[in-house]
Each structure stands twice: as C-alpha cells, then as structure tokens.
Design a protein around this ligand. Structure first.
Ligand SMILES: C[S@@+](CC[C@H](N)C(=O)[O-])C[C@H]1O[C@@H](n2cnc3c(N)ncnc32)[C@H](O)[C@@H]1O
Length: 256
C-alpha cells in the first residue's frame, strides 16, 4: 500500500494527461501501478523516460518528501517539464547509461517507456545498478491488444486511401518481456495484465489519431482525407454516441 493519502486521487487526475487525454471508465491502471511501486513518501524516486513529468508532478502535489528525479533523452520534453513543474529535478540523459552513481534510488518507475528501450537487458541491468538493495522498480505500458479497435479503424481508413494503402502501420504492441526470468537481475518479479474500457466520442478519438500520426510520417497532403475517412469508420463503430476501445496494459514489478 502507498503511504500517500492523497496520491491516488492526485494521480487519477494526472492520468488523463498520460493516457492521451482519454476518458477511462474504471479506475485504470494507476492504483495497481502505485501498489506495485510500493512508494513511501521519503523514498528517492527516479522516473525513467519521464517525458513532460506529469507523474512526478502528481507525486510532488501529493506531498512526497523524498527526492523526485526525472530522466529523459528529449531536451524539448524536459524543457516543458521544467516549465510546468519547477520543484522537480529533470535530467537529460540516456536510460541505458544514466548519469547517476550506483545505488542512488529507492524506487524507479517506467511509464509507457520500457518498450522503447533497447536492448531490453541493458536497460534492466542499468535499472538494477541504479537501485539500492531492496529497492523496487515498476514498469507500466500497453501490451498486446491495447487500443486494438483504434488500430483496426486506422488500418481500414489508410487502406481506403490510394496513397496510403501500402503504408505500413507500426507493429502491434507486444509484451515487453516474455517471462519473469527475462526481467533481468531482480527478485520477486511479477507481471500483471490490466484491462479497462475507454469510451470516446468520435471527436475525442481524433486526439488519439493526432498523437499517433506524426510517428507514421504520412504525406501531409493525404491527411485531411485520412481524417475524414477515419471519422466515417469510427461512426460505424459507435454504441450510442461513443466508441468503446479496449485499453490493455502490462505491469511489471520487481525488487533488487
Ligand atoms: C511514450 S513516452 C512516455 C513519457 C512519460 N513516461 C509519460 O508517461 O507520459 C516515452 C518517453 O521515453 C523517452 N525515451 C525513449 N528512449 C529513451 C532513452 N533511451 N533514454 C531516455 N529517454 C528515452 C522519450 O523521449 C519519451 O519521453
């Protein structure tokens, strides 16, 4: 259990931002993530691949007293993080070669980040190096089946466009590690799969579209037609006024 009375409430609000501003119907993965991290308020915590720092900001707002450090390799994201959350320390660096001495942290969090780190064993070895004996790591990210309805609709919309028909979509999300033994040099390794329903209006779902399009590097001229076709496909999926999407995450936790 977490030692922060306000933490879950604060973070449930921050979650909206993390989950691409979508509307989770249930509690989402946050209570389970905080349980897995087993964070106490005096712990020194490193959020690896922190992005714009919303997780650390929620902890600071909830009264965390231990040092909060965020590391990311994107200076642009860190600048946004520093501007939004001046009380948190944000460090530029590579998660595979982090600029901290060994055994610097009690807890390490990875949120929507572990699948980006390659080779995986190097990232996990680095996390083990940074954790104190008895410290914990928790990693949360989408897994197989995450937002599959969205990807099916996007695929159909792209297929309907002559210039986008042959453009590849990113490979579907996969489990980050296939077995606890693959999770590196840790003890008490656990993996859980968490599922929730996300209900979106068509307009709200265009936020998802907008967040994934840049990575697909599609020709700009084709985007208005793609958006139009995407909305037509979404309209065919509605139950009442909303579209039901499946969110599926995996949550790894382990002790050093
Ligand atoms: C999907 S974002 C998640 C950001 C944040 N954790 C959140 O929940 O909003 C992935 C982040 O990983 C960062 N990243 C990817 N590879 C990295 C690496 N090798 N070292 C540091 N950061 C990395 C990216 O810059 C990006 O901010």
């Amino acid at each position: 259990m977490t030692a922060h009375p306000d933490l879950e409430a604060a973070h449930l609000l921050a979650r909206r931002q993390t989950l691409i501003e979508t509307h989770l119907e249930g509690l989402g993965p946050e209570p389970a993530f905080l349980d897995a991290l087993d964070l106490e308020e005096q712990h020194q915590l490193l959020d690896l691949c922190c992005g714009t720092g919303s997780f650390l900001a929620a902890l600071a707002a909830a009264g965390h007293t231990g040092e909060l450090v965020g590391l990311d390799r994107s200076e642009a994201l860190l600048q946004a993080a520093r501007a939004r959350h001046p009380d948190v320390r944000f460090v530029l660096g590579d998660a595979l070669n982090a600029p901290f001495p060994s055994e610097s942290f009690d807890r390490i969090s990875l949120r929507f980040a572990l699948p980006h780190l390659s080779p995986r064993f190097a990232a996990l070895s680095e996390i083990a190096r940074l954790l104190r004996q008895g410290g914990r790591v928790a990693a949360l990210h989408g897994t197989a089946g995450h937002l599959e309805e969205f990807w099916q609709v996007l695929h159909r919309a792209m297929h309907a466009h002559p210039r986008l028909r042959d453009h590849a979509l990113p490979p579907p999300a996969q489990p980050a590690c296939d077995a606890p033994a693959a999770f590196g040099p840790f003890r008490a390794v656990e993996r859980r799969v968490l599922e929730d329903a996300v209900w979106l209006t068509p307009e709200e779902s265009t936020v998802l579209l907008g967040s994934y399009l840049p990575a697909l590097e599609l020709p700009q001229a084709a985007l208005p037609a793609l958006r139009q076709r995407y909305l037509e496909e979404v309209a065919g999926e509605l139950r009442g006024e909303k579209w039901r999407l499946t969110a599926r995450w995996e949550l790894w936790s382990a002790r050093r």
